[in-house]
Design a protein around this ligand. Structure first.
Ligand code: XUL
Ligand code: CO
Length: 449
């Protein structure tokens, strides 16, 4: 698409549509590796990576931190007559950005898009006004909605929890937001709907009934699922695991915890994981571990692409730039046949002191390039076959003979023990895991070898 802006005003003047210029380019506002139409394993990079832009960080995050005032002063706010006017202008800026950066998708919270009103009906009206505008802009630009979500962490009424709040009235107010945001997501042909439960957890066991809170949470999610399906929502529901922050103990701790919860309450057909790299790290997991765990459970859905800081214990939401991490992430995605409803949503923000409007582009460009590098390296892993074949071979003793019988469940513990007794100790088990070798092979792929 040609250079483009959607409203009365251009919000990122001097920046045109970001182009692929190749690895030798020194232009900070050009892609070095992300070449949207380039085919990797028979599919374009664009279709593999399904990039999404997070409305909240990119157009709402003000750079403020617990120690200092906002540093990101946006013209769509300073030029506005009132909050609805600001929301309208912000959406012009958002679609200008989506189009110029060349991302096919975006994601939003209800409150990112439209301000809360004086009562639930007014909040809903505000959201639907902006939804109508988004629908029009999606049609004009071809940008699509990856997922919507209700912003249920910010308002003080949620300080004791959302669906897990001990006060029924709060749960009912949360329902007004989830219902309206589902309606908006459906109207915008969203491919997913996410629940991130930052307030679904607790701070003190002394005032908390865990059993009751989890049951209430499952009930709430079931109602949301049923309402969405009744309204014709065909997309995927996602849970985004995170172990802590802002609550001390969050119920959606990590993928395995959430998989167990969803299966226990019969929600596993409609819900999948939205895995965030920085959240994995907070749960003491690698990003790749969370992705592989979700894939192994058949419940991988989407990705919130970012990175943390291994020396910090909080969610720094930085742009993912490590080729090592993007390669392992894309390897998992390729192994399971690619994204279906999901994509790579940049749940990432520029730093407090990154105050040039161009920095928002540069942050996204770097991470889009990093995933493009990761995609190509992951394809090399698959094409070369050394790593996947090593893994397959490592478990080969379960593919034939007694091992195969064991795998099929055709053996008792007595029969299994007899095989062990007959074989004796010998050197059984003395097989190298070859980790160093495999790490070296992987490094070769990262260098394009
Ligand atoms: C918070 C987080 C959220 C969700 C959407 O850590 O990741 O931005 O992605 O609510
Ligand atoms: Co996230």
């Amino acid at each position: 698409m040609a250079d483009y802006f959607v409203g009365a005003k251009e919000y990122f003047p001097g920046i045109s549509k970001i182009k692929y210029e190749g690895p030798k380019s020194k232009n900070p506002l050009a892609f070095k590796y992300y070449d949207a139409e380039k085919l990797i394993g028979g599919k374009t990079m664009k279709d593999h990576l399904r990039f999404g832009i997070a409305y909240w960080h990119s157009f709402c995050g003000d750079g403020g931190d617990p120690f200092g005032a906002p540093t990101h002063i946006y013209p769509w706010n300073t030029d506005a007559k009132n909050p609805m006017d600001a929301a309208d202008k912000k959406m012009d800026a958002a679609f200008e950005f989506f189009t110029k950066i060349g991302a096919g998708y975006y994601t939003f919270h209800d409150r990112d898009m439209a301000p809360e009103g004086a009562n639930p009906a007014e909040s809903e009206k505000n959201l639907f006004t902006l939804t109508d505008k988004a629908k029009k802009l999606q049609k004009e630009t071809g940008v699509k909605l990856l997922w919507g979500t209700a912003g249920l962490s910010n308002n003080p009424r949620y300080m004791n929890g959302v669906a897990t709040n001990p006060e029924f009235g709060v749960v009912a107010l949360a329902a007004t937001q989830v219902k309206a945001t589902l309606d908006a997501t459906i109207a915008l042909d969203g491919e997913g709907f996410t629940f991130w439960g930052g307030r679904e957890g607790y701070m003190s066991i002394l005032n908390t009934d865990i059993k009751r809170e989890k049951e209430n949470m499952a009930r709430f999610l079931t109602m949301a699922r049923d309402y969405g399906r009744k309204q014709g929502f065909k997309g995927m529901f996602y849970i985004e695991p995170k172990p802590m922050e802002p609550s001390k103990h969050q119920y959606d701790f990590d993928t395995d915890t959430v998989v167990g919860f969803l299966r226990h309450y019969g929600l596993d057909k409609d819900f999948r994981m939205n895995i965030e790299a920085n959240h994995a790290e907070l749960a003491s997991h690698d990003f790749a571990h969370e992705l592989e765990t979700a894939a192994a459970a058949g419940m991988f859905g989407s990705i919130d692409a970012n990175r943390g800081d291994s020396m910090n214990g909080w969610d720094t939401d930085q742009f993912a730039i490590s080729y090592y991490e993007t390669t392992l992430a894309m390897y998992t995605i390729l192994k399971i046949g690619g994204f279906t409803t999901g994509g790579l949503n940049f749940d990432a923000k520029v730093r407090r002191n990154s105050v040039d409007p161009a920095d928002l582009f540069i942050g996204h460009i770097g991470s889009m390039d990093a995933f493009a590098v990761g995609l190509q390296a992951a394809q090399r892993i698959i094409d070369d076959g050394v790593i996947p074949n090593f893994v397959k071979e490592r478990y080969a003793s379960f593919d034939s003979g007694d091992g195969a019988k064991y795998s099929k469940g055709e053996m008792t513990l007595e029969q299994l023990a007899k095989i062990g007794t007959d074989a004796g100790y010998g050197t059984t088990g003395w097989t190298s895991g070859k980790q160093e070798y495999l790490e070296n092979v992987l490094n070769g792929y990262l260098l394009g070898l």
